[in-house]
Design a protein around this ligand. Structure first.
Ligand code: CO
Ligand code: CO
Length: 329
């Protein structure tokens, strides 16, 4: 589906409301959040997809890290997870599924959560993911809509996963690239979420299929602000800009660019490959966090000191302007 398709369909439905519902289907948040009492709110999310890497164990890790990420994006802590499996049992050996589930379980354990069940169906196309339940203090839920003018923006993983995956599929990139994007996608957004909890943030989301530009737009629109991105400060995976310059660009990046173009004001030169990197759809991408300059600097320092292994950067600031406008300099 194109960005916005599901939102449009949901808006046509009569969605229930509840005084304890902190984030529901109508607000475009990363997960649903429901206040149980003064100390605890429940976070619920679900995500699954077709393999993005060939190795079944790695695919399991990536799919689980991706599903867990929406709990982290709300500032929460995952508690329970369930497997969602669609598997072509006549074509693939059981051991493939076993490896996928082993990869997923390793990430669930790393997150400090428990696997408590799941559901599987036979399907022509392999799919795997998780439903995840998490918790957060109701006063410390980090919504997408809280960014304030003057805030800085922290991005906790480098961009370019979609471009490099396309280069891999086309046989242009090799094992090293596969290992690199697997590591990036399988890295939990836990560290960044914990820093948000201790330091405090105004807004957060995780970067997935809509690309950085799409998720910036969603945050800016929901917060009633504009965002200025310093493209030179955006962390990018090695070779991603080179492949983008060669035209190795996933279909989704073109779709994102066309969809968000009316909201983008770019000072980049025409055909600058950076523009496609900013629109590149990510799988299990990093957190995009908005907070005061002091707090963003403290989070960046915390990530650096904590031995966090991926590239991250303070990529821009929240400014006054027409809500949803993305200025790229
Ligand atoms: Co999300
Ligand atoms: Co999601």
């Amino acid at each position: 589906m194109s960005p916005g398709d599901l939102d449009q369909i949901l808006c046509g439905l009569d969605l229930p409301t509840d005084a304890n519902l902190i984030a529901g289907a109508a607000t475009g948040e990363d997960a649903g959040v429901y206040r149980l009492n003064d100390d605890t709110a429940l976070i619920q999310t679900v995500d699954f997809f077709t393999p993005i890497v060939d190795d079944p164990y790695h695919f399991g890790q990536v799919a689980a890290a991706n599903a867990l990420s929406d709990v982290y994006a709300m500032g929460g802590k995952p508690l329970l997870a369930m497997n969602l499996v669609a598997f072509p049992i006549k074509e693939l050996h059981r051991s493939v599924l076993q490896e996928i589930l082993r990869g997923g379980l390793d990430k669930i354990k790393e997150a400090g959560a428990l696997l408590v069940g799941g559901h599987s169906i036979e399907d022509a196309e392999l799919k795997y993911g998780l439903s995840v339940t998490g918790v957060v203090h109701p006063d410390r839920v980090v919504l997408n809509s809280g960014a304030r003018v003057g805030d800085l923006l922290l991005l906790t993983k480098p961009l370019g996963i979609g471009i490099l995956a396309t280069a891999l599929k086309g046989g242009l990139a090799g094992k090293e690239t596969e290992a690199l994007i697997t590591q990036v996608m399988a890295t939990l957004n836990r560290e960044a979420a914990q820093l948000m909890q201790t330091i405090g943030a105004h807004a957060c989301t995780d970067i997935t299929g809509f690309g950085l530009v799409g998720h910036l737009y969603e945050m800016a629109l929901a917060s009633g602000v504009a965002i200025r991105v310093d493209s030179r400060a955006v962390p990018v995976l090695p070779e991603a800009l080179n492949y983008a310059a060669m035209g190795i660009i996933p279909e989704g990046a073109h779709k994102n660019k066309a969809f968000y173009a009316p909201h983008m004001h770019s000072a980049l030169e025409e055909f600058d490959p950076m523009e496609m990197v900013l629109c590149d759809p990510q799988t299990s991408g990093g957190l995009l966090i908005a907070a005061s300059a002091e707090r963003i600097n403290a989070m960046a320092e915390g990530l650096g000191k904590g031995g966090y292994s991926l590239a991250f950067g303070i990529i821009g600031e929240v400014v006054a302007g027409r809500p949803g406008t993305i200025e790229i300099v």
